[in-house]
Design a protein around this ligand. Structure first.
Ligand code: ZN
Length: 149
């Protein structure tokens, strides 16, 4: 099993020779994470896709609201389905991004709890760039982790 995960869908995939994630499909469509580095190395694609999905949802819902305000006789059901699909994609990517950004803090909590209860931990260590952000305080650090002893 490959140790590398896709940034967008989170599936374990092998890397291509150029270091990008190999081709794969999600629900019939090619995944947006193809050819980008795995989540262990970078999360730029995930941040970008989450922002893009939320912009797409706002654009489509504004278009539909504008048609409703004009009292248009016909609103294409395909447009409404597209808006609903983009909302669903946006919610999933936002949730995934929030969980990803809390990885370091979650690991610190799990490590502390496991070491207290059983003396060892099996939690997956977060990637180094997330630990760096966590230690630089970009992610919020609970006071309990700053004081040793
Ligand atoms: Zn993927």
């Amino acid at each position: 099993m490959s140790p590398h995960r896709c940034q967008i869908c989170g599936r374990r995939k092998h890397l291509r020779k150029d270091g990008g994630i190999a081709h794969h499909h999600v629900q019939g469509a090619p995944c947006a994470g193809i050819g980008h580095p795995p989540i262990e190395l970078d999360d730029a694609r995930l941040v970008d896709q989450a922002a893009q999905a939320s912009r797409e949802y706002l654009r489509l819902s504004d278009a539909i609201r504008e048609l409703e305000d004009r009292r248009a006789n016909f609103i294409d059901p395909a447009l409404i389905r597209q808006r609903n699909a983009s909302l669903s994609a946006s919610i999933k990517l936002d949730r995934r991004l929030r969980r990803h950004q809390g990885w370091a803090a979650r690991y610190a909590r799990a490590y502390e709890r496991d070491m207290y209860l059983q003396g060892c931990t099996w939690a997956d260590k977060p990637p180094n760039y997330l630990i760096g952000r966590f230690l630089r305080g970009i992610d919020r650090i609970p006071d309990a982790y700053l004081t040793s002893e």
